[in-house]
Design a protein around this ligand. Sequence first.
Ligand SMILES: *Cc1c(COP(=O)(O)O)cnc(C)c1O
Length: 373
Amino acid sequence: MQIPFNDISLLHQPIRIDLDRAIQGILDSNAFINGPAVGEFEEKFAAFCGAKHCIGVGNGTDAISIALLGLGIGPGDEVITSAFGFIATTEAISATGADVVFADCDERTGNLDPDRLKDVLNERTRAIVVVHLYGFPADMPAIMAFAAEHELIVLEDSAQAHAASVGNVRIGGSGNVCTFSFYPGKNLGAIGDAGCIVCQDDDLARQFRMYANHGRETKFDHAFEGTNSRLDSLQAAVLSVKLEHLERWTEQRREASVIYSRHLSWMGGAMAGDVGDRRHVFHIYPVLVEDRKTVQDRLKQAGIGTGLHYPIPIPRLHAYEKHPDHLKPFPVADKWAAEELSLPIYPGISEAQIAYVCESLAEACKPPSKKEI
Ligand SMILES: *Cc1c(COP(=O)(O)O)cnc(C)c1O
């Protein structure tokens, strides 16, 4: 059996007529930048999240830096984020001129550990960028309590968490500024780069929109130097079509996760799913395995594609060789980086395929036979 790590064509094939029509519509409209399709998607996605504003931007990395700049973060400020995740988050913080400060993550979920925030707080700390890693909402009540106590801004990097929720509130609807990526492989993906910022505040929304469009609101007057980072009409039109299916696709991911968890109950490292009222959307289904290289190779031999998210903690990357946290101990991030293996999960993966992945994984985790030694 061949099981790819991800299969986006399973999403696109059944809605191909609608996608083709949307793409044709943009070609025929000649409105490629700032066309009506952008506003339509922004309105739909804001409503989906339960937010007042959605500002489409060029990608999820720009979304974070534009949001932080609009929130007034800049040189001299410190911004705390998790030591475990993707460099886009910390690149975007550095792009504002602020300093990244790393905190360790939670043993069970890989998300930022709220108990570690106090260790790195100082008088320069201005903000926390929370990542809802793998599609699992971080412990927001604890993080928000800490932020309120110390008057810190909280930005939610929600690039992996479309349609996730805490209680009845979808990610994006919390009142915090939230950023999303629509990179093709994300739970809601465009057919190229795209992203957005979601917020409730009118003034902030205006600021973000101006920043993403050369610091202007009118054609010829520029209030400040911004940048060019816009969601284009083609991506917006495709995203509008796909948004209609996001809730169904999310349920399919969640159903797949339940089947995985049932088959993997023998595994201490398998991620269980929802915690309390936090709804997990399984962008990634991670397991922790000790001899990861061997396990991954054996799964590959069995025809199963897997991924690593992420094999090197962010402060340990070469890019952060001169960062003060490069060699600082982050025991939990180091463990996740050494042992995490991402199993195939996507809408349309079948129960039989999941069963085969799990059987193969159990086999792959057994000590090597004498012959192999
Ligand atoms: C994908 C991702 C980003 C960056 O999004 P792009 O659209 O690729 O720029 C940022 N943060 C996290 C956690 C991501 O997974």
